[in-house]
Design a protein around this ligand. Structure first.
Ligand SMILES: [Mg+2]
Length: 270
């Protein structure tokens, strides 16, 4: 059986090829707070090298583009932030109209969620991250995340509905996003179209990345050469392993794999 590295190389040596990855839980370990995350040693170098040998490369994340830029130099590649709502390519930034339209509603549901939950339970350690076009409520650092999650559910689901937003759940986070279907999956389809890619690798570790995995499976039906890579750890949602074509068991192993891929691509072009 071929290794994950070999499967990635098969795709990336087709032409034109694209290489895209989520950030948290893939290029960085999951951190206690969004600001304390940092790129895993070697991640930036591997991504930069790969980007030199493929038609398009970059990061597709739920984070805002600015937040990614504080952790990695992003000038060489594409960053699609806010789950497909915010695009940074070759130094120019574009906000998806669906995200811009949702700014006010997101502001409102964030303050309303905060108001309702603060009266109900102990919220110490919760982080309220408003990324304008989408937002994230983090509860990893609370004393009892399971209780917080069950208190959040009956608040956020109706609030999202009333305000024409979508709510999604991840690793000890809840996110508000525009209702219009914009996701890491639609971002990948757009990248494939824009760069006329014939072959694509996408790596992710959480439920929102599964949208990307499913898009790649659909593109494969249409004759594209695609590979989805799941970084699957103990706290991964089961869908990540179910929908990924191949899996690796840790961020460290993923970075090791892409470092080898980068070195082989570099040798082939030397
Ligand atoms: Mg992630």
């Amino acid at each position: 059986m071929s290794t994950v590295r070999d499967r990635m190389l098969e795709v990336l040596t087709s032409s034109p090829a694209g290489f895209f990855s989520d950030f948290d839980g893939v290029l960085s370990e999951i951190a206690p707070t969004p600001e304390s995350a940092f790129a895993y040693p070697g991640a930036a170098e591997a991504l930069r090298t790969i980007s030199h040998h493929v038609a398009a490369a970059g990061i597709i994340t739920g984070r805002a583009v600015d937040s990614v830029a504080t952790m990695l130099p992003i000038d060489d590649y594409t960053v699609v932030g806010n789950h497909g709502l915010e695009w940074w390519e070759k130094g120019s930034r574009t906000d998806h109209p669906a995200g811009v339209r949702a700014i006010e509603a997101i502001n409102h549901v964030m303050s309303e969620t905060q108001r309702q939950i603060e009266g109900a339970i102990d919220t110490e350690g919760m982080i309220w991250e408003n990324k304008l076009l989408s937002s994230t409520v983090h509860f990893r650092n609370t004393a009892d995340p399971a209780t917080v999650e069950s208190a959040l559910l009956p608040i956020v689901v109706p609030l999202a509905e009333e305000n024409d937003l979508r709510v999604t759940f991840g690793k000890m986070i809840v996110e508000f996003r525009p209702k219009e279907h914009v996701s890491k999956g639609t971002a990948l389809v757009e990248l494939i179209r824009k760069h006329d890619l014939q072959a694509v690798v996408f790596a992710g570790d959480d439920v929102t990345d599964v949208d990307g995995f499913r898009s790649l499976a659909e593109m494969r039906q249409q004759g594209k050469h695609t590979l989805s890579v799941g970084v699957v750890t103990v706290d991964s949602h089961p869908d990540v392993a179910i929908y990924a074509d191949v899996i690796v068991p840790s961020v460290g192993e993923f970075i090791q794999t892409i470092t080898e891929v980068a070195a082989i691509l570099e040798d082939q072009h030397a």
